[in-house]
Design a protein around this ligand. Structure first.
Ligand code: NAP
Length: 287
């Protein structure tokens, strides 16, 4: 099938965000002599999570940050995770804390997320950060939705006045995505597993974000001609939540998988860690 859509190149935009983050890290070091630090906390050894945390640490180091890796066994309980977070909250060398999602079932993930000091919540997972996203406050955005907003902005796609449909309502992706689009003045519909006539709802969308966790779930004939299609999904075998070829033939703009939303997520984490360090160290950055 012929592809007509313009590709939203997350890899290229993420590289720019990373370059800017590295410059900010250098500026912070120049002003304070302190190297911004990101701590990654991994509970258990889920292979995808092991890979994600490794990628995040590598990116942090590539931007000139210090990365501290904490690994807890898959038998760890809520108290063990809370204790670790409490220690990192008080550690002045750590400016950002990432607790890799998902944690094993016996850990109360919401309690663990909410234990992170909002100033260090560079992954944007706390209830306080969600409130900031909803009310346009100073907190940090959830990284995947935040990265999607940066990507749209880079291509001059303004959500203002658009009909946006988000498929998925998870705390780290669908819900914060909807909040950010609403804050940017889109008219937002959130769909989920109980939504009736989903294809009909999606056909209304000028801007669609798919965050479902099902390979090639969104079909080409659901796409309004010329729509912006953002595929936040990532399934085994590098497959998104959107049937790419069929949707690209209808869409005006589309993100590929891989190379779309994924690199933006990590770049957002690194950028927000630089911002967190600047705020904690009282350094004002011009950009
Ligand atoms: P999740 O917690 O499993 O949430 C999936 C959402 O999809 C839920 O809200 C669910 O509805 C909804 N859903 C499931 N089946 C549906 C159906 N048949 N029709 C309509 N809605 C349906 O997943 P997530 O953590 O948000 O992740 C979503 C996707 O994004 C996954 O592919 C994941 O790998 C990917 N992801 C990518 C990145 C990245 O950096 N690129 C980061 C995080 C996640 P209910 O609420 O009703 O159950």
């Amino acid at each position: 099938m012929q592809t007509t859509a313009t590709i939203l190149d997350g890899r290229a935009v993420a590289a720019k965000v990373m370059e800017q983050a590295a410059a900010r890290v250098a500026a912070i070091q120049g002003a304070t002599g302190i190297t911004p630090g990101l701590a990654t906390v991994l509970v258990g050894a889920d292979p995808a999570s092991v890979t994600y945390t490794r990628m995040k640490r590598k990116r942090a180091e590539a931007a000139g940050m210090k990365s501290v890796r904490i690994e807890l066994p898959d038998t760890a309980g809520t108290d063990d995770v809370l204790e670790t977070i409490d220690r990192l909250n008080r550690d002045e060398h750590i400016h950002g804390i990432l607790l890799q999602h998902p944690v094993p079932k016996q850990v109360d993930e919401r309690r663990a997320f909410d234990a992170i000091r909002p100033q260090k919540d560079v992954d944007g997972v706390t209830t306080a950060s969600f409130g900031a996203m909803a009310f346009g406050g100073e907190g940090f955005a959830s990284c995947t939705p935040g990265g999607i907003m940066t990507l749209l902005g880079h291509y001059g796609i303004d959500p203002l006045g658009r009909r946006a449909v988000v498929i998925g309502r998870s705390p780290i992706l669908g819900k914060p995505m909807a909040m950010l689009l609403l804050a940017a003045h889109a008219t937002v519909t959130i769909c989920h597993s109980r939504t009736r006539d989903l294809p009909e709802v999606v056909r209304e969308a000028d801007l669609l974000v798919a965050a479902v966790g099902r390979p090639r779930f969104v079909q080409g004939d659901w796409i309004r001609p010329g729509a912006v299609v953002v595929d936040a999904g990532y399934n085994e075998g590098n497959i998104g939540d959107v049937d790419y070829d069929a949707c690209a033939a209808k869409a005006g703009w589309i993100t590929p998988v891989p190379g779309g939303v994924g690199p933006m997520t990590i770049a957002t984490l690194i950028s927000q860690t630089a911002t967190a360090a600047a705020r904690q160290l009282d350094v004002s950055l011009d950009d």
